[in-house]
Design a protein around this ligand. Sequence first.
Ligand SMILES: Nc1ncnc2c1ncn2[C@@H]1O[C@H](COP(=O)(O)OP(=O)(O)OP(=O)(O)O)[C@@H](O)[C@H]1O
Ligand SMILES: [Mg+2]
Length: 237
Amino acid sequence: MNKYENSLQQTTVLSLRAISRRFQQGSREITVLDGASTDIGEAQAVALIGPSGAGKSTLLHIAGLLEKPDQGEVWIRGQNCAQLNDGERTRLRRKHIGFVYQFHQLLPEFTALENILLPQLINGKARSEGLDRARYLLSLMGLENRLDHRPAELSGGEQQRVAIARSIANQPRLLLADEPTGNLDPSTAERVFDQMLEVVRTEKLGAIIATHNHALAEQMDRTVMLENGKLLDLPPQ
Ligand SMILES: Nc1ncnc2c1ncn2[C@@H]1O[C@H](COP(=O)(O)OP(=O)(O)OP(=O)(O)O)[C@@H](O)[C@H]1O
Ligand SMILES: [Mg+2]
Protein backbone atom coordinates (compact mmCIF):
# COMPACT_ATOMS: atom_id res chain seq x y z
CA MET A 1 0.00 0.00 0.00
CA ASN A 2 1.53 3.35 -0.96
CA LYS A 3 1.39 6.47 1.19
CA TYR A 4 -1.58 7.92 -0.68
CA GLU A 5 -3.65 4.74 -0.35
CA ASN A 6 -2.71 4.53 3.29
CA SER A 7 -3.95 8.06 4.01
CA LEU A 8 -7.16 7.32 2.08
CA GLN A 9 -7.73 4.25 4.21
CA GLN A 10 -7.23 6.13 7.45
CA THR A 11 -9.65 8.89 6.60
CA THR A 12 -12.51 6.75 5.26
CA VAL A 13 -15.11 6.38 7.99
CA LEU A 14 -17.72 4.49 6.01
CA SER A 15 -17.40 2.53 2.82
CA LEU A 16 -20.49 1.09 1.14
CA ARG A 17 -19.49 -1.46 -1.47
CA ALA A 18 -22.03 -2.61 -4.03
CA ILE A 19 -24.93 -2.77 -1.58
CA SER A 20 -28.06 -4.54 -2.80
CA ARG A 21 -31.36 -4.95 -0.97
CA ARG A 22 -34.58 -6.50 -2.22
CA PHE A 23 -37.97 -6.66 -0.56
CA GLN A 24 -40.86 -9.00 -1.15
CA GLN A 25 -44.03 -7.01 -1.77
CA GLY A 26 -46.92 -9.43 -2.10
CA SER A 27 -46.04 -11.81 -4.89
CA ARG A 28 -43.42 -9.59 -6.41
CA GLU A 29 -39.87 -8.77 -5.42
CA ILE A 30 -38.68 -5.19 -5.66
CA THR A 31 -35.03 -4.21 -5.86
CA VAL A 32 -34.53 -1.08 -3.77
CA LEU A 33 -30.74 -0.96 -3.66
CA ASP A 34 -28.86 -2.34 -6.64
CA GLY A 35 -25.11 -2.01 -6.19
CA ALA A 36 -24.99 1.26 -4.21
CA SER A 37 -21.40 2.31 -3.46
CA THR A 38 -19.76 5.33 -1.86
CA ASP A 39 -17.04 6.32 0.61
CA ILE A 40 -17.53 8.86 3.38
CA GLY A 41 -14.46 10.57 4.78
CA GLU A 42 -13.73 11.94 8.20
CA ALA A 43 -15.17 15.43 8.70
CA GLN A 44 -17.18 15.09 5.51
CA ALA A 45 -20.88 15.99 5.47
CA VAL A 46 -22.75 14.29 2.64
CA ALA A 47 -26.33 15.01 1.61
CA LEU A 48 -28.37 11.99 0.50
CA ILE A 49 -31.18 12.91 -1.84
CA GLY A 50 -33.66 10.98 -3.95
CA PRO A 51 -37.41 10.75 -4.38
CA SER A 52 -39.67 9.19 -1.78
CA GLY A 53 -39.32 5.41 -1.95
CA ALA A 54 -35.85 5.56 -3.57
CA GLY A 55 -34.35 3.72 -0.59
CA LYS A 56 -32.68 6.45 1.49
CA SER A 57 -33.90 5.11 4.84
CA THR A 58 -33.07 1.56 3.79
CA LEU A 59 -29.53 2.65 2.89
CA LEU A 60 -29.07 4.47 6.22
CA HIS A 61 -30.30 1.41 8.15
CA ILE A 62 -27.77 -0.76 6.34
CA ALA A 63 -24.95 1.77 6.79
CA GLY A 64 -25.84 1.93 10.51
CA LEU A 65 -25.70 -1.88 10.87
CA LEU A 66 -29.38 -2.05 11.82
CA GLU A 67 -30.12 -4.19 8.76
CA LYS A 68 -27.98 -6.45 6.60
CA PRO A 69 -27.71 -6.06 2.84
CA ASP A 70 -28.58 -9.00 0.57
CA GLN A 71 -25.30 -8.38 -1.22
CA GLY A 72 -22.37 -6.05 -0.79
CA GLU A 73 -20.26 -4.95 2.14
CA VAL A 74 -20.34 -2.21 4.76
CA TRP A 75 -16.90 -1.19 6.01
CA ILE A 76 -16.59 1.05 9.04
CA ARG A 77 -13.19 2.52 9.82
CA GLY A 78 -11.43 -0.15 7.83
CA GLN A 79 -13.42 -3.04 9.28
CA ASN A 80 -15.60 -5.30 7.11
CA CYS A 81 -18.83 -5.54 9.12
CA ALA A 82 -19.98 -8.68 7.27
CA GLN A 83 -17.42 -10.59 9.32
CA LEU A 84 -18.85 -9.50 12.68
CA ASN A 85 -21.37 -11.39 14.79
CA ASP A 86 -24.47 -9.65 16.18
CA GLY A 87 -22.82 -8.67 19.46
CA GLU A 88 -19.81 -7.18 17.69
CA ARG A 89 -22.08 -5.25 15.30
CA THR A 90 -24.00 -3.80 18.25
CA ARG A 91 -20.81 -2.76 20.01
CA LEU A 92 -19.40 -1.17 16.86
CA ARG A 93 -22.70 0.69 16.31
CA ARG A 94 -22.77 1.98 19.90
CA LYS A 95 -19.18 3.11 19.75
CA HIS A 96 -18.92 4.66 16.32
CA ILE A 97 -22.38 5.52 14.94
CA GLY A 98 -24.91 8.18 15.91
CA PHE A 99 -28.47 8.34 14.54
CA VAL A 100 -30.95 11.17 14.18
CA TYR A 101 -34.48 10.48 12.95
CA GLN A 102 -37.26 12.72 11.64
CA PHE A 103 -39.12 12.33 14.94
CA HIS A 104 -36.89 12.90 17.92
CA GLN A 105 -37.52 9.61 19.79
CA LEU A 106 -36.40 11.13 23.08
CA LEU A 107 -37.49 9.37 26.27
CA PRO A 108 -40.54 11.38 27.43
CA GLU A 109 -40.11 10.90 31.19
CA PHE A 110 -36.49 12.10 31.23
CA THR A 111 -35.08 15.64 30.99
CA ALA A 112 -32.94 16.88 28.10
CA LEU A 113 -29.82 16.40 30.22
CA GLU A 114 -30.81 12.86 31.24
CA ASN A 115 -31.65 11.91 27.63
CA ILE A 116 -28.03 12.67 26.72
CA LEU A 117 -26.57 11.16 29.88
CA LEU A 118 -28.30 7.77 29.54
CA PRO A 119 -26.62 6.47 26.37
CA GLN A 120 -23.27 7.37 27.94
CA LEU A 121 -24.04 5.44 31.13
CA ILE A 122 -25.08 2.46 28.98
CA ASN A 123 -21.70 2.73 27.28
CA GLY A 124 -19.94 2.57 30.63
CA LYS A 125 -19.06 6.23 31.19
CA ALA A 126 -18.92 7.64 34.73
CA ARG A 127 -21.93 9.76 35.70
CA SER A 128 -20.00 12.99 36.35
CA GLU A 129 -18.14 12.74 33.06
CA GLY A 130 -21.40 11.98 31.21
CA LEU A 131 -23.10 14.98 32.79
CA ASP A 132 -20.23 17.26 31.77
CA ARG A 133 -20.48 16.09 28.16
CA ALA A 134 -24.30 16.40 28.19
CA ARG A 135 -24.05 20.00 29.41
CA TYR A 136 -21.35 20.79 26.85
CA LEU A 137 -23.38 19.35 23.96
CA LEU A 138 -26.58 21.09 25.01
CA SER A 139 -24.80 24.42 25.20
CA LEU A 140 -23.23 23.76 21.78
CA MET A 141 -26.82 23.42 20.50
CA GLY A 142 -27.85 26.63 22.27
CA LEU A 143 -29.91 24.83 24.90
CA GLU A 144 -28.01 25.69 28.08
CA ASN A 145 -31.28 27.03 29.54
CA ARG A 146 -33.28 23.89 28.78
CA LEU A 147 -31.30 21.23 30.65
CA ASP A 148 -34.12 20.22 32.97
CA HIS A 149 -36.97 20.37 30.46
CA ARG A 150 -38.74 17.19 29.46
CA PRO A 151 -39.36 16.65 25.71
CA ALA A 152 -43.03 17.72 26.01
CA GLU A 153 -41.81 21.03 27.47
CA LEU A 154 -39.61 21.76 24.43
CA SER A 155 -40.48 23.13 20.97
CA GLY A 156 -40.10 20.87 17.93
CA GLY A 157 -36.82 22.54 16.97
CA GLU A 158 -35.51 22.22 20.53
CA GLN A 159 -36.49 18.54 20.65
CA GLN A 160 -34.53 17.88 17.46
CA ARG A 161 -31.53 19.76 18.82
CA VAL A 162 -31.58 17.54 21.92
CA ALA A 163 -31.85 14.50 19.63
CA ILE A 164 -28.81 15.70 17.67
CA ALA A 165 -26.86 16.23 20.90
CA ARG A 166 -27.88 12.75 22.06
CA SER A 167 -26.77 11.16 18.78
CA ILE A 168 -23.19 12.31 19.36
CA ALA A 169 -23.10 11.78 23.13
CA ASN A 170 -20.76 8.80 22.81
CA GLN A 171 -18.41 10.56 20.38
CA PRO A 172 -19.24 8.50 17.30
CA ARG A 173 -17.17 8.89 14.13
CA LEU A 174 -20.19 8.62 11.84
CA LEU A 175 -23.52 10.43 12.00
CA LEU A 176 -26.51 9.09 10.06
CA ALA A 177 -29.50 11.40 9.94
CA ASP A 178 -32.79 10.55 8.24
CA GLU A 179 -34.60 13.78 7.33
CA PRO A 180 -33.67 15.29 10.69
CA THR A 181 -35.41 18.59 9.98
CA GLY A 182 -38.23 17.22 7.81
CA ASN A 183 -40.79 17.79 10.53
CA LEU A 184 -39.92 21.45 11.23
CA ASP A 185 -41.10 24.71 9.66
CA PRO A 186 -38.65 26.05 7.04
CA SER A 187 -36.91 28.70 9.15
CA THR A 188 -36.55 26.43 12.20
CA ALA A 189 -35.34 23.66 9.89
CA GLU A 190 -32.65 25.95 8.52
CA ARG A 191 -31.39 26.95 11.95
CA VAL A 192 -31.36 23.41 13.33
CA PHE A 193 -29.65 22.19 10.17
CA ASP A 194 -26.95 24.89 10.48
CA GLN A 195 -26.29 23.88 14.07
CA MET A 196 -26.11 20.23 13.14
CA LEU A 197 -23.54 20.99 10.42
CA GLU A 198 -21.53 23.03 12.89
CA VAL A 199 -21.47 20.15 15.35
CA VAL A 200 -20.51 17.74 12.55
CA ARG A 201 -17.57 20.02 11.73
CA THR A 202 -16.55 20.68 15.36
CA GLU A 203 -16.53 16.96 16.14
CA LYS A 204 -14.97 16.08 12.75
CA LEU A 205 -17.67 13.53 11.97
CA GLY A 206 -18.37 11.77 8.75
CA ALA A 207 -22.08 12.32 8.12
CA ILE A 208 -24.82 11.23 5.76
CA ILE A 209 -27.91 13.37 6.04
CA ALA A 210 -30.98 12.37 4.02
CA THR A 211 -33.04 15.38 3.04
CA HIS A 212 -35.68 16.45 0.56
CA ASN A 213 -34.51 20.06 0.89
CA HIS A 214 -32.07 20.91 -1.91
CA ALA A 215 -31.16 24.29 -0.43
CA LEU A 216 -29.98 22.55 2.75
CA ALA A 217 -28.21 19.86 0.73
CA GLU A 218 -26.19 22.53 -1.08
CA GLN A 219 -24.60 23.64 2.19
CA MET A 220 -22.95 20.26 2.62
CA ASP A 221 -19.59 19.07 1.30
CA ARG A 222 -21.05 16.59 -1.19
CA THR A 223 -24.40 15.46 -2.51
CA VAL A 224 -25.15 11.88 -3.50
CA MET A 225 -28.36 10.93 -5.22
CA LEU A 226 -30.04 7.56 -4.97
CA GLU A 227 -31.38 6.63 -8.38
CA ASN A 228 -32.39 3.20 -9.61
CA GLY A 229 -30.76 1.68 -6.55
CA LYS A 230 -27.36 3.25 -7.18
CA LEU A 231 -25.57 6.21 -5.62
CA LEU A 232 -24.46 8.96 -7.97
CA ASP A 233 -22.23 11.83 -6.90
CA LEU A 234 -23.72 15.13 -8.07
CA PRO A 235 -21.25 17.71 -9.34
CA PRO A 236 -20.67 20.60 -6.90
CA GLN A 237 -22.96 23.60 -7.50
N1 LIG B 1 -39.37 -3.92 5.46
C1 LIG B 1 -39.80 -3.69 4.23
N2 LIG B 1 -40.58 -4.58 3.57
C2 LIG B 1 -41.00 -4.36 2.30
N3 LIG B 1 -40.70 -3.25 1.59
C3 LIG B 1 -39.94 -2.31 2.20
C4 LIG B 1 -39.46 -2.47 3.54
N4 LIG B 1 -38.72 -1.37 3.87
C5 LIG B 1 -38.76 -0.56 2.78
N5 LIG B 1 -39.48 -1.12 1.79
C6 LIG B 1 -39.71 -0.53 0.46
O1 LIG B 1 -38.48 -0.07 -0.05
C7 LIG B 1 -38.64 1.15 -0.76
C8 LIG B 1 -37.69 2.19 -0.20
O2 LIG B 1 -38.11 2.60 1.09
P1 LIG B 1 -37.32 3.68 1.94
O3 LIG B 1 -38.09 3.87 3.19
O4 LIG B 1 -35.92 3.27 2.05
O5 LIG B 1 -37.44 4.97 0.98
P2 LIG B 1 -37.01 6.48 1.26
O6 LIG B 1 -36.13 6.90 0.13
O7 LIG B 1 -36.47 6.61 2.63
O8 LIG B 1 -38.39 7.26 1.12
P3 LIG B 1 -38.91 8.58 1.92
O9 LIG B 1 -38.26 9.75 1.24
O10 LIG B 1 -40.39 8.55 1.67
O11 LIG B 1 -38.56 8.44 3.36
C9 LIG B 1 -40.11 1.51 -0.65
O12 LIG B 1 -40.76 1.13 -1.85
C10 LIG B 1 -40.59 0.69 0.51
O13 LIG B 1 -41.94 0.35 0.37
MG1 LIG C 1 -37.11 7.61 4.35
